[in-house]
Write a protein that binds this ligand. Structure first.
Ligand SMILES: [Zn+2]
Length: 153
């Protein structure tokens, strides 16, 4: 079981590496399931997923991380779901998995910011967010690919 402090440490580590190239202001948080669900049900893109019946209920959903727009942006982990999804991975893979989903969210933010032209040093192409992640972080991209059936990002 990866605890809150460890999740924050791993996510913070990859956010620092990411920040070498891209400066975006992000606050990282970890919540337990009940609080995470309360937050998730208020978010528009989660509502869309539920309304579209792409997941049966939020409670059993594989949503383990959320990004919330604002200044700063918030990346919020669900401690329980992250552990549930990654429990069969080796300790090292589990750590990398946490970094990989953090990166995925950071690229969503980057994509959004570049569309608003707030990130000047980012040469935005029409490729989607994940394609950019693939180029910059091949190994982490692969972890997401290998586990994509278990997660919804
Ligand atoms: Zn995503």
């Amino acid at each position: 079981m990866i605890g809150e402090k460890e999740i924050l440490r791993l996510a913070g580590e990859i956010y620092s590496e990411f920040s070498i190239n891209y400066l975006i202001d992000v606050k990282i948080e970890v919540l337990a399931l009940d609080k995470f669900l309360k937050l998730a049900e208020k978010i528009d893109y989660v509502k869309t997923i539920i309304d579209g019946k792409k997941i049966k209920s939020l409670k059993d959903s594989p949503i383990s991380i959320l990004t919330i727009n604002g200044e700063p942006y918030r990346i919020v982990f669900c401690k329980n779901t992250v552990n549930k999804i990654s429990r069969r991975l080796s300790k090292q893979k589990q750590k990398d998995f946490i970094k990989a989903i953090t990166l995925h969210e950071l690229y969503h933010i980057l994509n959004y910011e570049s569309k608003r032209e707030l990130v000047y040093n980012y040469l935005f192409s029409d490729k989607n967010t994940l394609e950019n992640m693939k180029e910059d972080w091949k190994d982490f991209y692969k972890i997401l690919e290998d586990n994509k059936k278990k997660i919804r990002l």
